[in-house]
Design a protein around this ligand. Structure first.
Ligand code: BG6
Length: 520
């Protein structure tokens, strides 16, 4: 695909996720970031590397500091030493020494238990001191990179020492990690608890899928190109297929996964973000609420499954032993911290409807699973066939369907399939693809996906974060599935060997509609 970049501001894309061909808005608010769970995996793998990338792109104010908070007692200097090592190991690109020094000097540490009021009094004193020294205008944001049971505990403690109170023009925000609840009731209860301590506008519920360039690009692709929107509806689209396939098994995360399973882990959050972005109406602006209103409407337009529909419109699976890419993977039930009789699903497929004027009668098929043959996240839009009449008296028996694939990862790009005449004296049709590759056109970036989200939180832009009503609407859709699956435990697990495309039931789900999954 010819790819001319119309970059009206003369700016390219940068690794912090500014892909819309316009200059990064320079909203570098002075502030302090407090990370709860500062010694955890997320901080190591994502948050600190993201801060390095933001520093490189000069997207942080000079008046900035990070306070790590976790249980182990440590001095500021010891914390800095540890983070220096983390940066060496996990930064996606090496930071030049001066910038590395700039960032490390801005790291501080506070220790304590998440439920210890004294630890929060000390934290408040440290923040007040840093605020005075660094002139951060009393602006703080708190990143809850903790186990979910601490989300409301931390917010209550922060509120108790006045750290969530915005006064004299300061702002206070809280980023809440996934999982946000484990069903509709617990999500509602968590929302209620958080809202007792702060306003909705202060809560930034993160879904790291929204930090991905290609996910953000869905909106740009749909709404900045005049040619797609007119055909983006039931008149031209026959069905939509969303695949989020992973080659890894649960590896070291068995303990968490036993309480979650593929449905909770991936569907109401990551996959529903993809569904809403693909299906939403054009918002009236990119303002946070304008976008999120439209996303929420899509979730509300998905009719909840009746119990018998759960059986006919969903499929679940669990991997047995097998090989992925030549590597042997143990059965899920043999993984560490997994019960040998576990009935937790590692694969889920669903057929959804969106009952509105744009999408009525266009099925949306979703699937996600672990230990599948290929790592791929993509959205395939299948268009209706052209009328056949013209080809009646030719050797052509079938017309192919046009198909547009949005490749989210790992090969980011877009491809459009159409039919072309195969050269030669007879009439033969071949399917050809027009491919656009992000890396080919823009070069590859090494962002973690969290840069844009952290940056937006500092800038007070909640567009890429979930609102309370969205989260609840999403759980509302999957709740009947959770209920029926719990009431009827699976009897045939494990039902797919690692390294295959999931259980037979998932193929049957599409076969009932005379379709097959796109496994390429
Ligand atoms: C996480 C899930 O939220 O997303 C994991 O808990 C999953 O189970 C991961 O592997 C997938 O993220 P990505 O960015 O690798 O597609």
């Amino acid at each position: 695909m010819a790819s001319e970049l119309h970059d009206t501001q003369g700016q390219g894309r940068n690794s912090a996720g500014n892909s819309e061909g316009k200059a990064a808005p320079q909203k570098k608010s002075p502030c302090i970031m407090v990370i709860f769970g500062a010694m955890g995996d997320l901080t190591k793998r994502k948050l600190l590397p993201s801060l390095c990338n933001l520093a490189r792109e000069k997207l942080m104010s000079d008046n900035f500091a990070v306070v790590g908070f976790s249980r182990a007692p440590m001095t500021h200097e010891e914390f800095r030493e540890k983070q220096r090592a983390v940066m060496d190991q996990f930064a996606t690109d090496k930071l030049d020494p001066a910038l590395g020094k700039w960032l490390v000097e801005r790291l501080y540490y506070a220790s304590g238990n998440f439920d210890d009021p004294e630890a929060y009094r000390k934290l408040a004193a440290l923040l007040a001191q840093l605020d005075g020294e660094l002139k951060t205008n009393g602006n703080y944001f708190f990143y809850l990179a903790t186990a979910p049971e601490f989300f409301s505990v931390v917010s209550e403690q922060l509120a108790a020492v006045g750290l969530l109170k915005e006064e004299n023009g300061s702002w206070r925000r809280v980023i809440v990690e996934k999982p946000f609840g484990r069903d509709l009731e617990s999500a509602k209860s968590l929302n209620r608890k958080l809202l007792e301590t702060m306003r909705e506008e202060q809560i930034y519920r993160i879904d790291h899928y929204l930090g991905k360039e290609t996910v953000q690009n869905i909106l740009v692709f749909r709404f900045s190109n005049g040619i797609f929107e007119p055909i983006w509806n039931r008149r031209y689209i026959k069905h939509v297929e969303i695949t989020v396939a992973e080659t890894v098994g649960v590896e070291t995360r068995g303990g968490y996964y036993e309480t979650s399973g593929a449905l909770r882990d991936m569907v109401p959050n990551h996959i529903f973000q993809l569904v809403t972005l693909i299906a939403m109406e054009p918002p009236i602006s990119f303002d946070a609420d304008a976008v999120r209103d439209e996303q929420t409407k899509i979730l509300r337009a998905i009719p909840p499954y009746a119990p018998e529909e759960v059986l006919s419109r969903t499929a679940r699976g669990q991997y047995g032993e097998g090989a992925v890419g030549g590597k042997q993977i143990p059965a899920y039930r043999s993984e560490a911290k997994v019960s040998p009789t576990s009935n937790v699903q590692t694969y889920v497929a669903m057929k959804l409807a969106i009952d509105n004027w744009r999408w009525a009668d266009v099925p949306i098929y979703l699937r996600t699973g672990k230990a599948l043959p290929k790592r791929v996240t993509e959205i395939a839009i299948h268009f209706r066939r052209a009328p056949f009449v013209l080809f009646r008296h030719t050797a052509i028996e079938n017309l192919m369907q046009n198909r547009l694939i949005l490749h989210i990862q790992p090969d980011e790009g877009i491809s459009l399939r159409f039919g072309a005449k195969v050269p030669g004296p007879t009439m033969k049709l071949g399917a050809v693809d027009m491919d656009f590759s992000y890396a080919g056109r823009f070069g590859s970036t090494h962002s973690t996906g969290y840069e844009r989200l952290i940056y937006d939180c500092m800038a007070g832009d909640a567009t890429l974060f979930q609102r309370a009503d969205m989260v609840e609407a999403a759980w509302g859709v999957v709740q009947p599935v959770l209920d029926v699956w719990q009431a009827l435990p699976p009897r045939n697990f494990p039902n797919y060997p690692a390294g295959t495309w999931g259980p037979r039931e998932a193929d049957d789900l599409l076969a009932r509609d005379e379709r097959r999954w796109t496994n390429e």
